[in-house]
Design a protein around this ligand. Structure first.
Ligand SMILES: [Zn+2]
Length: 256
């Protein structure tokens, strides 16, 4: 059976409640052998690490402050990360910029983002990026960084092939591709067709963004093969090959 890695899943989200164990079981049965949980902020961190620790070698964790959680207390939130480094996070994430709900915190978001990019560079950790309606500022922050992380991934990628090409001068960058690839009227297939599969990571962003035919329902890592199937069709290769390449990509990205 094909083996997969889900590079972005929030099993600690309240939408899962105690069902996360069932969903992890279903995901393992579907061939998803490794699942990586991105961090959001200090409010759910205990639960995130507790769930990961139930599944050593299966669940891995990232550490970081999500742009939607940035406010005047951002420096305190960054300091709070210090209590968790010895848990062995495999990346800093999800971090970045999100102006979808307005730009009131834009300046603080940029400061928190730049600070965490420096942290990733000094700790030699990859970054998992949440970017929404802030592409130009994202590149400006990267330009302002004296040192960049070894690898980066634009999670829930929604940009164009041109955005991906622009990224290449900043080091080894990947895109995280999930359920949106299966949405009707999505422009993502066009971009994905032009991005080499060696730079694609599969992800669900569960419990959100369930692929068709489960759109709107609670998503789970068990749906990774649905996304792999869509990617196989776009690339004109078989699903086993998608599994093999994207699993190798994720293993290298997170240094698993
Ligand atoms: Zn997420």
């Amino acid at each position: 059976m094909a083996k997969y890695i889900d590079t972005h899943v929030h099993f600690y989200d309240e939408w899962f409640g105690q069902d996360y164990r069932d969903e992890i079981g279903r995901s393992l049965s579907a061939g998803v052998e490794i699942m990586v949980q991105p961090d959001v902020d200090s409010s759910e961190r205990d639960r995130m690490f507790a769930i990961s620790e139930e599944y050593p070698g299966t669940l891995y964790t990232m550490l970081g402050l999500y742009p939607g959680s940035v406010n005047e207390d951002w420096e305190k939130e960054i300091e709070a990360l210090d209590d968790w480094w010895d848990k062995g996070p495999v990346a800093i994430g999800e971090i970045g910029l999100d102006y979808h709900y307005g730009k009131e915190t834009a300046e603080l978001q940029k400061l928190a983002f730049a600070c965490q990019l420096r942290m990733a560079a000094s700790r030699d950790l990859p970054v998992n990026i949440h970017l929404r309606e802030a592409t130009e500022d994202f590149f400006k922050v990267l330009d302002s960084c004296p040192a960049l992380p070894p690898r980066g991934c634009l999670h829930a990628f929604s940009g164009t092939a041109e955005t991906f090409r622009r990224l290449q001068k900043y080091g080894e960058w990947y895109v995280g591709i999930g359920g949106v690839l299966t949405f009707k009227n999505s422009r993502l297939p066009e971009a994905v067709a032009a991005i080499p599969i060696e730079r694609i990571l599969l992800e669900t962003d569960s419990p959100y963004l369930a692929p068709v035919p489960f759109r709107g329902q609670r998503n789970s890592s068990a749906n990774i093969p649905v996304i792999a199937e869509a990617l196989a069709r776009i690339k004109g290769i078989d699903i086993e090959q998608v599994a093999e390449v994207t699993t190798a990509n994720a293993t290298k990205f997170f240094n698993l």
